[in-house]
Design a protein around this ligand. Structure first.
Ligand code: HEM
Length: 509
């Protein structure tokens, strides 16, 4: 009886170890074959073929493999590297897959990325924009519209953010807060950089965008933005208790606050609206050639979308700058000390600027001279890969180097794979600002995307990083408490301890 029981167990274990994987493999192959057959049947054209790759298992596709690489293996590029090794004899850099419920084409070579990014946004363009839950940021915001509407809104936003007068005003507005924050961190002695940097970045965003100083209201606004952003990553199920419903409620509250602010500004005399002031005034005042202004909906939707686009991305990049500099004393020293080679008298690049003028603040005019700081900024954004991928949808069947990207499929442009590719950057995972002595190979640096949708806030992001690096370098030293802490990659890349560090004012011992 006992022997029979053991045999039964052995049979079940054998089945589990042998038949189940075999069955899964068969389903895996059949699913891919079924997608290819459906594709071929719908296009009776001879020779039409899907990009190489695999559609994975029914329903889940390859989502679990992607999550495995991001969450468990902590090698986010492993997913795409495996595809390259397996399918990319021709080096085309496009692969079919199925991710999070959608048949998808992944794109990951300089030429293929350019092909997609540059054929987006114009009227009749091959690729359109597709972000999850567009209602959460608003249908009339720049990231959710295509064609002429996009060009019009983008023009307004670029004019409001990127004008030298706006950047000059930003440089002035944010520095007192940065300086005060750094002092407060030094008073604490140890900080969690991710948390503190987010806080000061948000305070600066409130100042730059709507001239709000920290208050209980801005704290609530911060919480509502956190709820809103969580909604993009959640299943869009509008039921009590879901993250999506909470995100919608947060959006309504943000809407109310910004609409009140807009109304208040309209009721004050127009002369009080300072064109060179904050972003909201900029958007309210901009006028097209035909004399048409942005509607209230457009102003509010775009303020919300700009905070969403600029908040986590910038604070994450600043955190990575502090993290990498803590691990690269050589780079930090160079950031502080400008060698005899560059400045006479061994003056310091950052210390030389603004020590005795403007109360220690830098101005927009100082920035072109901050050559090494600029290299640290670019290297940080390259290694951090703050925006690892961008999303599009194919509006029609699109041919690319002998393959068809089918109409309706999602297209994911995997920007980060360029920045971590040893063919384009020597020792790509190491932080080395000096690599920027030479420009990168054409098309291999796409941290801000490319084409008609290239990041509208890239100058603003660079400016904020430069300001933070300047004040960190001249006044403080810091050390990671857990330099070997693991890194998480979802929803954003950061060390698991949030980059906990000791933080000390220079010359304070
Ligand atoms: C290090 C910081 C940042 C990174 C890495 C980054 C990255 C990107 C990328 C890759 C795109 C392209 C999206 C696409 O092609 O669909 C983008 C778009 C955009 N970004 Fe940024 N961004 C950063 C900071 C900012 C800031 C500070 C703002 C403004 C406050 C901003 C506003 C925008 C806007 C409005 C778009 C959409 C442009 C359009 O669709 O025409 N970003 N960003």
């Amino acid at each position: 009886m006992h022997a029979q029981g053991v045999a039964e167990w052995a049979w079940w274990i054998g089945l589990l170890l042998g038949a189940v994987p075999l069955l899964a493999l068969a389903v895996w192959h059949c699913n891919d074959a079924a997608h290819c057959a459906a594709f071929a049947l719908r296009r009776r054209r001879r020779g039409a073929r899907l990009p190489p790759g695999h559609m994975g298992l029914p329903f889940v596709g390859e989502s679990l493999a992607l999550l495995w690489h991001f969450k468990l293996a902590r090698r986010p590029d492993g997913f795409i590297d495996a595809k390259r090794r397996r399918y990319d004899g021709e080096g085309v850099g496009v692969y079919r897959t199925h991710l999070f419920g959608s048949p998808t084409v992944l794109v990951c070579s300089p030429a293929a990325n350019k092909f997609v990014l540059h054929s987006s946004s114009q009227d009749g363009a091959a690729f359109g924009i597709r972000w999850p839950a567009p209602e959460l940021v608003g249908f009339s915001c720049v990231v959710n519209v295509d064609g002429a509407q996009h060009a019009r809104l983008r023009g307004f936003i670029l004019a409001a953010i990127n004008r030298p007068s706006s950047l000059r005003a930003v440089a002035e507005a944010v520095q007192p807060r940065v300086v005060a924050a750094l002092r407060a961190w030094a008073d604490k002695g140890t900080i969690t950089a991710a948390t503190e940097i987010k806080k000061v970045t948000f305070e600066n965003i409130c100042k730059m965008f709507v001239s709000m100083d920290p208050s209980p209201l801005t704290e609530m606004i911060d919480g509502w933005f956190a709820g809103l952003v969580a909604g993009f990553r959640a299943f869009p199920l509008d039921l009590p208790g879901t993250a999506y419903r909470h995100a919608r409620a947060c959006r309504r509250k943000l809407d109310a606050v910004f609409r009140d602010e807009l109304q208040r500004r309209k009721e004050t005399t127009p002369l009080d609206l300072n064109v060179d002031g904050d972003l909201m005034s900029g958007l309210m005042q901009m006028e097209e050639e035909q004399g048409e202004k942005l509607s209230d909906d457009e102003v509010v939707d775009n303020i919300v979308s700009l905070v969403v686009a600029g908040y986590e991305s910038t604070s994450n990049a600043i955190m990575w700058a502090a993290y990498h500099l803590a691990k690269s004393p050589h780079a930090l020293r160079k950031l502080r000390v400008r060698t005899l080679l560059f400045l006479p008298f061994g003056m310091e690049e950052n210390a030389a600027i603004g020590r005795d003028k403007n109360g220690g603040f830098i101005t927009l005019d100082d920035i072109p001279g901050m050559k090494y700081t600029a290299k640290v900024v670019e290297e940080t954004i390259r290694v951090a890969n703050v925006a690892p991928m961008v999303h599009r949808v194919a509006h029609k069947d699109i041919e690319y180097r002998g393959y068809t990207i089918p109409k309706g499929w999602r297209v994911v442009v995997w920007l980060r794979s360029l920045h971590t590719d040893a063919n384009y950057y020597d020792d790509p995972l190491s932080f080395n600002p000096d690599r920027w002595d030479k420009p990168p190979k054409p098309g291999t640096y796409q941290v801000f995307g490319g084409g008609p949708r290239i990041c509208a806030g890239n100058m603003l992001a660079r400016l904020q990083l430069t300001i933070m690096l300047h004040h960190l370098a001249v006044g403080y030293k810091w050390e990671l408490l857990n330099p070997d802490a693991k890194v998480t990659y979802l929803p954003h890349s950061k060390p698991v301890d949030g980059a906990a560090m000791s933080f000390i004012k220079l010359n304070s011992e």
